[in-house]
Design a protein around this ligand. Sequence first.
Ligand code: AHR
Length: 758
Amino acid sequence: MTTIMVNRNEATPISPELWGVFFEDINHAADGGLYAELVQNRSFAYSEADSPGWHALTAWRTEGDVRRCSDEPLSPNAPVFLRMGEHGVAARACNEGFDGIVVRRGQTYRCSMFVRAEGSTRVDVVLAAGGVAVSAVIPVTGSRTWARVEAVLQATVDAADGTLTVATDGDSLVDIDLVSLFPEHVFAGDDNGLRQDLAQAVAALRPRFMRFPGGCVAHGLGLDNMYRWPETVGPVQDRRHDANLWGYHQSRGLGYYEMFRFCAQIGASPLPVVAAGVCCQNTIGGPVPLPDTEMDAYIQEVLDLVEFANSTTDTRWGAVRASLGHPAPFGLRFLGVGNEDQIDEVFRDRFARLLRALRERHPEIQVVGTAGPAPHGPDFEAGWALARELEVPVVDEHSYKSPRWFFQNVHRYDDYDRTGPRVYLGEYGSWGNTMLNALSEAAYMTGLERNGDVVALASYAPLLAKVDHTQWVPDLIYFDGERVYETLNYHVQGMFSRTAGDRALHLEIADAPSWFRAAGGATRFAVSAKGFEVRCSDITVQDRPLPDVTLGSDSGRFDLTTDLGSLDVELALTLHVEAGDAERGSFAVHVGDLDGGEHWEWNFGTWLNRTMTLHTTTDGFRDEASPGVPFRLEVGREYRLRLGVGGDGRVFSVFVDGVLLHRHVDEDAPEHRFVASCVTDSRTGRTALRIVNATDEETPVELVDAEGRPLVVLAAETLACAPADGVPFASAPTRPTGLCVQGGVRVPPWSLTVLQLA
Ligand code: AHR
């Protein structure tokens, strides 16, 4: 029988902020998502820069006398507005919302807009949904200046196909801009507020901190796209719109003030991330720094952010905060500087200057440094080295990895240096929403909790995703206009966070169920190309010649062999890169069980054709097996490639033109599939034991203390289902009966169980 011994006499302190969330405007998380605005493109500010084919009238249909204008606009930051009835003819502009405006019977909706009219007239607003229209008349006084007008509409049906129409009868010219429709029922009843159900789903996680606004969004693709916080506070009409690097538009209606306010409402410590004065390393052509001449002003802008968040209302930015409705400080204690940046000389310089200024002026702020996009590799090493050198208090690590990696790395932080910077695991997720994914994250979280002294903060990423509008899958919470869908990963987060503690009790597990990975299946070779047209010639497999192969751009995988019957194999070929996109093209050689078993890919030209990366797919989840090495494919060149698997299928090597480019040894480290952590909260006196069972064995577990006395279970919550369940969406955890048996529990297969102990 398995035994878990919990030692109440030995404990490790846990950071009070350990479990948090990370909000980024990815997957349409802000406009059309958490931000409750129902009108899409309300300021006529969409453009081709957001997405191909988008323009000022995207999401609008117009009829009659309507023209786009930009003379004396409401705001230079969104200069286009609509001029209606210029020629004395009736006009209509109809907005389709974000995939339709969702209305609920009996609820009221506040419709507002800015208007400017030549003579006194009226504007009709019509909310049509579910075949029923409700309308209001807004009187407009003739004036040369813009004025805000509004009307309240009450829906009489439940429907998701709503539209909002603004109509004029042509008796006067009317300019309209910032046409808005908000439900009255928003989170905390705020002005310019958040969608109730989504905000509530985030709040239900009881996050102790919230990171925002990114991610890549924080530093942007190019300097113009860098997220500058002062542009996102104050009247919404004056905020600077921008393209979103995830392929759409940011109105910034949900800006820094709204995020700080949300944090305050749900008791989460705000953790804004500002660019380190350098844009995203995925910018075509590489990261660009702010010119040296602009750095002092930028540093001041970052210092101003601290003043905005924390200072008294008699300071410049404290007064701004108060004028927006929040005289009380927001209690900023953490500030991220940089995100996944390339740690080069320019970055070091910009980061060090920001750090120095923050230290001098705001020693109370803990700066969070950055350590690249992966939990290993050159930026990871360099980011950590820089953080140690500059004594940065916290470092942001990112781990998007396979379930296998998470199970293998449950003990990753056990040996971390306790004297250097602490860890913020700012982004992590296991490439899926199945139970296997959720359990691999749960297993890893037991490791974070056991090491809650060195892991200061952790947040799954991304947080939100609009169904059918994703750029990144998996995500924690999905939604459409009507509903919120919680994933199994979400339930795992909640089960840890709602029972968080401030001390991790030491425990030991004896006789845990064993788990072995079945040996791999067939071994085959294949090739594929993306963005390049290539030809492969002089191909040999195990010295056996094969015919030439020509691949069109994005041609899919071409199988070179059938099962080779061996795990130790070699392929040689001459690659001719004949045409294609030198910034995005790539070529791959695949080897292993290509029919769904474990297999590997050497990818030449990953990360904007800057690296060669070895990927592996295990349990159906693809992952980088080792950090990429610098490599670029040139159009018009040929390369002699020799790729081999040796060491009984565990050593992967690739030679280019006779020179070893990369060698990887797969350690096949053990996967920790049955793990536990136990936390106690000195404030409430509650003790919670989490048990992760990612095996197919129902496991009776005896629970004892250090003296061998049985532990008493007061309550239990279990999330249990088949490993492949969870996609698309899953059911919530249950409070099972029959789980507790004499002296212990019967832990279901494929489950996370949280026990409240006496
Ligand atoms: O979470 C999605 C993206 O992943 C973030 O924007 C970025 O930091 C990371 O690469």
